[in-house]
Design a protein around this ligand. Structure first.
Ligand SMILES: *[C@@H]1O[C@H](CO)[C@@H](O)[C@H](O)[C@H]1NC(C)=O
Ligand SMILES: *[C@@H]1O[C@H](CO)[C@@H](O)[C@H](O)[C@H]1NC(C)=O
Ligand SMILES: *[C@@H]1O[C@H](CO)[C@@H](O)[C@H](O)[C@H]1NC(C)=O
Length: 477
């Protein structure tokens, strides 16, 4: 083991061809490393310095090399393998930042929306914002980031459904966006990057929405993200309600992870939930999670402060979280009792999905042209690793004791070489299409679909005919 790591390091240093960062695949209710086949557990943080306010001013956390070097160094110090970013600008260049993350062995879960106009759904009146321009943005983000092997997954939405109005108006639009993203992958993305949704953990609709997005032939998600702040301070698996969360999802067929966690109502945070998350109590159902959030913002969840001069001050909770991560198993075990259900191809009757309007007729896609021809490759340039990134930062890093950190070099744990990316999409039906695809047809196993010639840019229109047949079923089931 030690030899392998040393050898990789040496090869990387000499610029030779070493094993690049392995892509992550889906297998049943887990993510797996595509090379080792081992289950991949997400251990990470949410990362959007400056929050929405910064995005509104054109900010994108993965464009400034020097700030990325600063933060990737800290991610490595914290002991994480994944970050989640909420908003990016696909017209900017992310190559060096994504290379630094890859070199540090860190993956990216990326939301495809932004708070800017034409780049998200209005969740009370989604029909006003579900437009070709919106889909062009989403597809552009996907196309650009598909160039990087460490892009782990895309999030089609974050808490789009969060109150009675959005629960009524938006579910079938979320499913439509998922359908469109998958159709885009089928035609234009060379590997199956998982597409999921990040849910506001509200008991009024969490189980219904999870079931609605899981089922059917069209527009089904590949994983379910849960934003949960229910374990506060000193607590227990049962006392926090985590037991209920795990049992509610015990039969869910897809990977689940916390897309946000880390209640801040009791300070300092002591991160007992981290122990629980990677223990047998949860690993059968949850694939880890992402702590909210890396930088200190007005809502006070930060692990580090960023000064006005873009220097970093490490806070105490960074240290305690690092200790908690350090105590988690390298490869968490999965209890043998964990079930492995098949994804339901038949949807439950809409009337049983309480708290949401489970409309199985999806709006006709507004992105047919892009799904057929792809986005403009000069406007959205596919990402690519750079060959010799700068592994250190000029910014000052101060530890929680007030002492300046002198060695701020990122350790290369994975080579950043990457094979050329083939043209075209995966050519397999993964629940995409361009019609009003319904989702209750009983045919096939939904999750695999038919081979359509990988690597070809053949356009897909499936979902259309299935959908028309399916609508009838939905009513009677
Ligand atoms: C999970 O499935 C088992 C076996 O079908 C069933 O007994 C149990 O009630 C289900 N649990 C939930 C939470 O739906
Ligand atoms: C970090 O920022 C917060 C909020 O701006 C401030 O209250 C706190 O004193 C800062 N901590 C350090 C160590 O600078
Ligand atoms: C279901 O959604 C479709 C597409 O948006 C819409 O045309 C239809 O009116 C909706 N049905 C109901 C019952 O709301």
């Amino acid at each position: 083991m030690r030899f392998t790591v040393a050898a990789l390091g040496a090869l990387g240093f000499l610029g030779g061809v070493a094993t690049a960062i392995n892509t992550i695949d889906l297998k049943g209710r887990h993510f797996v490393d595509s090379v080792t086949g081992k289950e991949f557990f997400i251990k990470g943080v949410d990362y959007q310095p400056g929050g929405a306010a910064s995005v509104e001013k054109g900010g994108d956390p993965l464009t400034d090399k020097d700030k990325c070097a600063r933060d990737v160094f800290l991610f490595q110090k914290l002991g994480i393998n994944t970050i989640r970013v909420y908003s990016v600008d696909p017209s900017q260049n992310h190559d060096e930042c994504m290379t630094l993350l890859a070199a540090a062995g860190i993956y990216l879960v990326l939301d495809v929306n932004t708070p800017l106009e034409n780049q998200h759904l209005n969740n009370q009146e989604p029909w006003t914002t579900y437009t070709p321009m919106y889909l062009e943005h989403i597809f552009g983000v996907m196309d650009v980031f598909s160039g990087y092997d460490n892009t782990l997954a895309f999030l089609a939405g974050n808490e789009v459904i969060f109150d009675p109005g959005s629960a009524k108006a938006s579910p079938n639009y979320v499913k439509a966006v998922v359908r469109d993203m998958k159709a885009y992958i089928t035609n234009h993305i060379h590997r199956r990057i998982p597409v999921g949704y990040s849910n506001a953990d509200d008991l009024r609709f969490r189980n219904s929405l999870a079931a609605y997005l899981e089922c059917g032939d069209t527009g089904y998600i590949d994983f379910w993200g849960v934003n949960s702040y229910q374990w506060c301070g000193k607590n227990t698996f049962a006392g926090s309600g985590y037991d209920k969360l795990v049992s509610d999802y015990s039969n869910y067929s897809l990977p689940i992870f916390f897309t946000e966690y880390g209640c801040n109502k009791v300070r300092p945070r002591i991160w007992q939930e981290v122990d629980a998350l990677y223990s047998d109590q949860m690993t059968g159902v949850f694939s880890g999670g992402l702590v909210y959030e890396f930088t200190q913002e007005p809502n006070d969840y930060g692990l580090v402060n960023i000064t006005s001069g873009e220097d970093v001050i490490i806070l105490d909770e960074f240290d305690s979280l690092g200790d908690a991560f350090g105590k988690t198993p390298k490869q968490p075990t999965i209890p043998s009792s964990a079930s492995n259900p098949n994804r339901p191809v038949n949807c439950p009757a809409a009337s049983t999905l309480t708290g949401i309007t489970a409309n199985f007729t999806l709006p006709t896609t507004q992105g047919a042209e892009y799904i057929k021809d792809g986005v403009d490759k000069t406007k959205f340039v596919k990402g690519k690793f750079v060959s010799s990134p700068t592994l250190t930062t000029t910014h000052t890093v101060t530890d929680s004791q007030g002492k300046e950190v002198t060695d701020k070099t990122i350790k290369e744990v994975a080579s950043i070489s990457q094979s050329p990316i083939p043209d075209g999409g995966i050519g397999i039906n993964i629940g995409g299409g361009t019609g009003t695809g319904g989702s209750t047809s009983g045919s096939g196993s939904g999750s695999s679909g038919q081979k359509g010639g990988a690597g070809s840019a053949k356009s897909v229109t499936f979902g259309w005919s299935l959908g028309l047949i399916a609508i009838g079923f939905a009513v009677f089931l």
